[in-house]
Design a protein around this ligand. Structure first.
Ligand code: NAP
Length: 307
């Protein structure tokens, strides 16, 4: 019987692990499908306090893990197939084996959103990607396209200019969600072109087994045309990883956990941390802060129950 199981090993989960481990609760952290979370696929992080020169995302999250392990946290690879939260102790099926826990911290984050085009999934790893840091290297001196109008798209477009001959950013509106500083950087970058009010209708070429181009459609003029592309990066936001909860925790219409205040969910003893609940801030530092909150609430809950 575990005191605390933490689902997810991003900033939120790892910070919750540091706090609960220091409280001698010996937390078990389930790594999830994307161990290390969003930070593990990002490059330089310039806004996490305490690093005036910046820090590499994978390094930052690995440091958090080491820090948690130092105090007794156990990390396990795997994903939660099923969760029974209707009675306590809570039961989780992790890669086929059941475990029990007195409290649960859900820090399972959010995963990349895709456009949903017919060939998109088939061409992942063959020119289609959601991670510039992971795949940018493959497109040296090639034509790169990035879809999206938020900070992720700006960041990816800027990063990809290190590799590509040219980076074309395609956005469905002429207004951006991106912060001014990120947008300004992209606009000022001579290797970035922008195509606005435009959507991608098709990705070619499934018969060749790799990306060769796209079909674009201007939403204002209705013009439809093809464009040659080698690397196609989708940066249009994320979807919360809450399917495994099977609606036992109250979720909003997009699948994010609805907070009941602090780090509390609608189930006593189950807490939330990070992007799985936060559709607004979604930063490394806010996820870490949320992990701390969840850990403190779990600790108090266990103490009140005499554990
Ligand atoms: P986001 O802010 O939600 O932006 C998503 C973008 O994708 C929007 O421009 C949206 O267009 C577009 N989009 C969504 N679905 C689409 C579809 N089906 N087809 C075409 N376009 C679509 O997501 P994000 O950029 O991933 O950022 C998420 C959060 O992380 C934000 O809070 C951001 O500030 C933060 N972030 C920060 C940094 C940094 O500071 N270094 C880096 C990355 C992300 P519409 O605008 O038309 O809806």
């Amino acid at each position: 019987m575990h005191n605390v199981i933490i689902i997810g090993s991003g900033c939120a989960g790892n910070t919750a692990a540091i706090y609960t481990a220091r409280a001698s609760l010996r937390p078990l952290v389930i790594g999830g499908l994307e161990p290390g979370g969003q930070l593990s696929i990002t490059s330089e992080v310039e806004n996490f306090p305490g690093f005036p020169e910046g820090v590499l995302g994978p390094q930052l999250v690995e440091n958090m893990k080491l820090q948690a392990e130092k105090f007794g946290a156990e990390f396990r690879h795997g994903t939660v197939d099923e969760a029974i939260l209707t009675e306590r102790p809570f039961r989780l099926k992790i890669d086929g084996a059941w475990v029990e826990t007195r409290t649960l911290i859900v820090a399972s984050g959010a995963s990349a959103r895709w456009l949903g085009l017919p060939n998109e999934q088939k061409l992942i790893g063959k020119g289609v990607s959601s991670c510039a840091t992971c795949d940018g290297f493959f497109y040296r001196e090639k034509e790169i396209m990035v879809v999206g109008g938020g900070d992720s798209a700006m960041e990816e477009a800027n990063f990809l200019t290190r590799f590509g001959k040219r980076v074309t950013l395609v956005h469905r509106r002429d207004q951006f969600r991106a912060s001014k500083i990120m947008l300004d950087r992209a606009v000022a970058n001579p290797k970035i072109d922008m195509i606005l009010n435009t959507v991608v209708d098709e990705i070619y070429d499934i018969t060749q087994g790799s990306v060769t181009g796209v079909r674009l459609r201007n939403l204002v003029s209705g013009e439809v045309y093809d464009r040659a592309v080698d690397g196609f990066f989708v940066a249009i936001g994320h979807i919360p990883n809450t399917k495994f909860l099977n609606n036992q925790i109250t979720l909003d219409e997009d699948g994010y956990i609805v907070s009941q205040g602090g780090a509390r969910t609608n189930i006593t003893g189950v807490f939330h941390a990070g992007d799985v609940q936060d559709r607004t801030y979604r930063q490394a530092i806010t996820a870490s802060g949320a992990g701390c909150m969840a850990a403190m609430e779990a600790e108090r809950f266990l103490e009140a129950e005499g554990h």
